[in-house]
Design a protein around this ligand. Structure first.
Ligand code: ADP
Ligand code: ZN
Length: 722
């Protein structure tokens, strides 16, 4: 008789004990099927001493496990990572486990699946829905459900197309092996500087010990080429590598470079994968056959069998922080995974975060620098344009100096990038007659006009309405005016100024899939685009040698948020976008439009003196006891009913423990007081570094009860203060 403790995939349940039936072999990490009432759930066997259960049941009352899945057990370092993440971010272990078991179909048997794709035949009877489906399906292949989702039609429409012969079934083998990248395919000749750094990283891969590195190199210094050498070493050692990227739009350019260097593609992991691709990737990762995986933050919890190296590229990016469910920071968890797996972790960035720099100061992370651009490329010159001294014409957003520079760039046949971190046409629409402002019914936010698709859209919940002809408040027709610019409005201005130039808008609205990103990259490289107007999506990763001019439309925008990282984030963003200019042989130039050319951020960018900017920011963090010198945690209370949210938040505030070195602010309505129809209240906990704030919060909230309709979320080390 053996007992087994099982962590089930159900966040509401603690671990439960089961009986292992005769003839079944299991070990810690085994992925099993366990009965729960009338249902069967997937779970993972755990060491009982590491996962205490408060529902201990006598041996004679244990129910037997049903089956063991045909998949390798979760390795011990991953089990420790799941425990640590649950503990640190105050989340149910099952919620973290779910990220490791991210493909339920990967656990099921069967080696093939039926997918569908268009045949190119036109159905005899064509309806608007069928036409839409065929147009959107294009080259896509997938389950009926996946095609229906992509085409925004019902499953029935796709099934009808199958009957009509316009879509056909294909059998897909699920576990066909991935080709193995070749470390010797096309190694570059590294510069002396690059070689020194690459050798250190490669040696540490061979060492098989925990070693956190900060690869701090200016944009275009060859950070990617250098960490590729560490990957090559891991390949030679036959170990796996994980590369985390901040956006899935960056996957495509990464894949191209990777193939050029290693001859074969890595395994990609992101939210745009089909179920069958997900399954295949998961299994290859779990068996160790997937040698290099590149992915968004969710790839971090996958069950790598023999991980030898983790790279976090653009490690300063705030998109590594997950803001829903388990609110973890992938950069920090990556370092923890490196510690548990006993492997090197490389945080690559041209603008490392203050938290990361601090770890270098403390001697915990080793800093490796690449201070100059590779080859003939030099850093671009950066100039501030004072919007008060040199203002754009009335109703326009581009200062005359920037327009002149754009004209010259066009004449030289080179490319320009204009950066504004605002999607849509205008951030605010109002009625000129009565002043009515269009607000989202579900959120504390303005509706943003998107002219390309002629919609007003909420950027928080996605709510959309067609722009009304008449003001809903006063009934006046044609009275709506757009206030302020978004990228679409800038693109309009560009087209008016340069009617012959070829313009592209790059935002998450236009580059919503890796394939779209690939198309954009190809058009840029082929010189089919003269001027790009884009959001933060174009600020990182891309390498376009003919792009020589960058214009930052509104450098003051980033400072609006006012949270503790606003200045740092602004600096990073502008430094990154500037880094797109002059990456080839032609020199780059950057104009930064601002109302406050004397602000420390702008001065640092223009002078190139990042160090004194960081030093000043770091000092002000130290004075305020802000991270990395002190710590924050937020408690967000939300409910559809405002009173319920307020009362629970007050209860939490009233019962706040008195702890030396800790202060609780609030509750107060969140700046985003309403989000997706839920009213929100926030409390902010500020504590000294050494305090185990998680323990305090666990005891504090654990003793309280609130109505089921109220959600209480804890955000440890918050990045958003909304
Ligand atoms: P970063 O990641 O630091 O911005 P990249 O790795 O993208 O820099 O390098 C910038 C450009 O220079 C890329 O096109 C890259 O292929 C090229 N490059 C860098 N180092 C080398 C090298 N040693 N040999 C050939 N090309 C290189
Ligand atoms: Zn909304």
């Amino acid at each position: 008789m053996t007992r087994a403790r099982v962590l089930l995939l159900n966040a509401a349940l603690g671990p439960l004990d089961y009986r292992v039936p005769h003839g079944m072999t299991v070990e810690p990490g085994s992925i099993v099927v366990a009965p729960l009432g009338p249902r069967q759930l997937t779970g993972v066997l755990w060491e009982p001493e590491r996962m205490p259960s408060d529902a201990e049941v006598g041996d004679n009352r244990l129910r037997p496990l049903v089956a063991v899945h045909d998949a390798p057990p979760l390795p011990a370092p991953l089990r420790r990572l799941i425990e640590w993440t649950a503990d640190y971010y105050l989340s149910p272990p099952a919620a973290v486990l779910r990220m490791a078991l991210a493909s339920s179909s990967a656990l099921e048997g069967g080696r093939t699946v039926i997918e569908y794709r268009a045949t190119g035949r036109v159905p005899d009877r064509m309806t608007p829905q069928r036409a839409q489906a065929l147009e959107r399906i294009g080259e896509r292949q997938g389950l009926i459900r996946e095609l229906a989702l992509a085409a925004n039609v019902s499953d029935g429409v796709i099934r009808g197309l199958v009957k009509a012969g316009a879509v056909e079934a294909v059998e897909v083998a699920l576990d066909s092996p991935y080709p193995i990248p070749d470390p010797d395919h096309a190694p570059p000749t590294l510069s002396g500087e690059q070689r020194g750094v690459a050798d250190i990283l490669a040696a540490s891969v061979a060492d098989r010990a925990f070693a956190p590195f900060v690869l701090d190199g200016v944009t275009g210094s060859g950070k990617t080429e250098v960490y590729f050498e560490a990957i090559a070493r891991a390949l030679r050692e036959d170990r796996q590598t994980l590369v985390l990227l901040p956006e899935i739009a960056l996957t495509e350019p990464f894949l191209k470079r990777f193939i050029a260097r290693f001859g074969e593609a890595p395994v990609a992991w992101h939210s745009d994968l089909r179920q069958s691709q997900r399954r295949r990737a998961w299994r290859a990762i779990a068996t160790g056959e997937a040698k290099v995986t590149v992915g968004a933050r969710s790839a971090l919890f996958l069950p790598y069998r023999d991980l030898g190296l983790i790279v976090v590229d653009e490690a300063h990016e705030s998109s590594f922080k997950q803001e829903e469910g388990v609110q973890y920071h992938a950069r920090d968890v990556a370092v923890m995974r490196g510690l548990l797996e006993k492997i090197p972790v490389v945080l690559a960035s041209a603008t490392p975060a203050i938290e990361t720099r601090h770890q270098v100061t403390l001697g915990r992370y080793r800093e490796l620098k690449l201070p100059s651009r590779f080859g003939a490329a030099v850093m671009p010159t950066i100039e501030a344009l004072d919007l008060i001294g040199d203002p754009p014409e009335r109703g326009r957003w581009l200062a005359p100096t920037l327009v002149r520079a754009m004209t010259e760039t066009l004449e030289r046949g080179e490319q320009t990038l204009l950066f504004l971190n605002r999607r849509g046409y205008a951030p605010l629409t109002l009625c000129r007659h009565c002043g009515h402002r269009f607000q989202c019914p579900n959120c504390t936010a303005w509706m943003v006009e998107h002219r390309l698709v002629s919609r007003l859209q909420c950027h928080h919940c996605g709510h959309m309405t067609p722009p009304p002809r008449a003001c809903p408040e006063c009934g006046e027709e044609d009275s709506l005016v757009a206030c302020g610019p978004g990228v679409e409005r800038i693109a309009d201005e560009v087209r008016a100024l340069f009617p012959d130039a070829r313009t592209a808008i790059v935002t998450s609205d236009t580059l919503w899939s890796p394939a779209k990103a690939a198309e954009f990259v190809a058009r840029m490289e082929d010189g089919e685009i003269d001027i790009v107007v884009g959001t933060q999506l174009v600020t990182k990763g891309y390498h376009f040698p003919n792009l020589t001019l960058v214009g930052v439309i509104d450098a003051d925008l980033g400072l609006d948020g006012g949270d503790l990282r606003a200045a740092e984030r602004s600096f990073q963003q502008i430094a990154q976008v500037s880094g797109r200019a002059g990456r080839g042989e032609k020199p780059g130039h950057v104009y930064v439009q601002t109302h406050s050319p004397d602000a420390p951020v702008i001065r640092a960018l223009v002078s190139g003196d990042a160090e004194s900017f960081y030093a000043a920011e770091t000092e002000s963090r130290r004075d305020a006891g802000a991270p990395p010198f002190g710590r924050f945690a937020a408690i967000i209370v939300s409910a559809e009913d405002n009173r319920a949210a307020t009362e629970t938040a007050r209860l939490i505030g009233r019962t706040a423990p008195q702890v030396e070195g800790m202060h609780v602010y609030g509750p107060a309505p969140a700046p985003l007081a309403m989000l997706r129809g839920r009213h929100r209240q926030r409390l902010l906990i500020h504590a000294r570094r050494a305090l185990d704030v998680q323990d305090v919060i666990r005891d504090w909230l654990g003793a309280l009860d609130w109505p089921r309709s109220v959600r209480v979320a804890v955000d440890v080390d918050p990045y958003s203060f909304l």
